[in-house]
Write a protein that binds this ligand. Structure first.
Ligand code: NAD
Ligand code: UD2
Length: 312
């Protein structure tokens, strides 16, 4: 039985990965400080995993967590962009130095493969679409700088120490357990909650901005393919499909029967106009392509929000 570590395993994406790894027969260890994740996310597998509550900022915590592991999935992070803008140094202590602690621990433990959750944020607002991995990065927030720095650290650890690594640049991930409670939560989680409460959503700007929304089960598939591969470097994890925010609301309204018309508010400062992934690299080198259609993903997510009892 192989032991694998998931940092951030009590979070939205991490908990889906943990469930899949448990189903595949791995011994799964989760390291999480529960700052934005929660044990409820792991309810289905709680008695079948090793849970270590701890903070990445303490190197001893990562060392203990990585011992004896063959793979490490590094997902733990301060994920809120506004939080990294409000506290660049504090967030870097987690997102950069904390990641270095995980890398060091993986190296010491002789881990076979480390996969890192990076972000499409590293592209900034580049108009050259679809966004290809070889475009020069244009980070526009401490969050994006921190993700980019860790991508570089992974490459350096690969080269200097022979630690096999890959960075996955997730596009806009959605699905069950995404928390809709902050204004900066994923737009799909916010819109679904508004629709279920029969409230009008707020659309920032004209709503013609686009995103590449990828369903969480596809992201989990990409993480596993990346762990099983030996391909090094950076890979987009998106669908290659662009969805306008106005059209997203129309689909959610149709699915839920909500008749409210959106309110338009001023565009968000720094909002990215268009975002869509080039998917060729992940397809040819990892064998990954997204399988869950957008409508199917939305329907599954809606079913979960309905069933979660909170209306959210
Ligand atoms: P999440 O907030 O649900 O998960 C992050 C987890 O990390 C949480 O469980 C949190 O408690 C844990 N954590 C935070 N700081 C920690 C620390 N100091 N020590 C230990 N654990 C800590 O967010 P998510 O959406 O599941 O994101 C997972 C990863 O994917 C993150 O690295 C995020 O940057 C990346 N990502 C997410 C998206 C998206 O659309 N959700 C897009 C791009 C990249
Ligand atoms: C995503 C990430 C963010 C960062 C950023 C980098 C999520 C949740 N956020 O932000 O962490 O990586 O990419 O580029 O993955 N919108 C509305 N109404 C709402 C909420 C949002 O109109 O109530 C719009 C928003 O202005 C934006 C779009 O919907 O144009 C998507 O917003 P988001 O916050 O879900 O994601 P994004 O891409 O801005």
């Amino acid at each position: 039985m192989e032991t694998v570590l998931v940092t951030g395993g009590a979070g939205f994406i991490g908990s889906h990965l943990v469930e899949r790894l448990v189903a595949e027969g791995f011994v799964v260890r989760v390291l999480d400080d529960l700052s934005s994740g929660c044990m409820a996310n792991l309810a289905a597998v709680r008695d079948r995993i090793e849970f270590q509550k701890g903070d990445l900022r303490d190197p001893a915590v990562s060392r203990k967590a990585a011992a004896g592991c063959t793979w490490v999935f590094h997902l733990a992070a301060v994920v809120s962009v506004p939080q990294t803008i409000g506290d660049p140094a504090g967030s870097a202590a987690v997102n950069e130095t904390g990641s270095l602690h995980v890398l060091e621990a993986a190296r010491e433990a002789g881990v076979r493969r480390l996969v890192f959750a990076s972000s499409s944020a590293v592209y900034g607002d580049d108009p050259r679409l679809p966004l290809r991995e070889d475009l020069p990065p244009r980070p526009r927030s401490p969050y994006a700088v921190q993700k980019l720095a860790v991508e570089h650290y992974l490459a350096v650890y690969d080269e200097l120490f022979g630690l096999s690594t890959a960075s996955l640049r997730f596009f806009n991930v959605f699905g069950p357990r995404q928390d809709p409670s902050s204004p900066y939560s994923g737009v799909i989680s916010i819109f679904l909650r508004r629709a279920l409460e029969d409230q009008a959503p707020v659309i920032y700007g004209d709503g013609l901005q686009t995103r590449d929304f990828i369903y969480v089960a596809d992201v989990v598939e990409a993480l596993l393919l990346a762990a099983r591969s030996s391909a090094a470097g950076v890979f987009n994890v998106g669908t290659g499909r662009e969805v306008e925010i106005v059209s997203l609301w129309r689909q959610i309204a149709a699915l839920t029967g909500c008749k409210r018309l959106p309110h338009h508010a001023a565009p968000r400062p720094g909002d990215i106009r268009r975002s869509v992934a080039a998917v060729g690299e992940a397809s040819s080198r990892l064998g990954f392509s997204a399988r869950v259609g957008f409508e199917e993903g939305l329907a599954r997510t809606l079913a979960w929000y309905r069933g979660s009892g909170s209306g959210a």
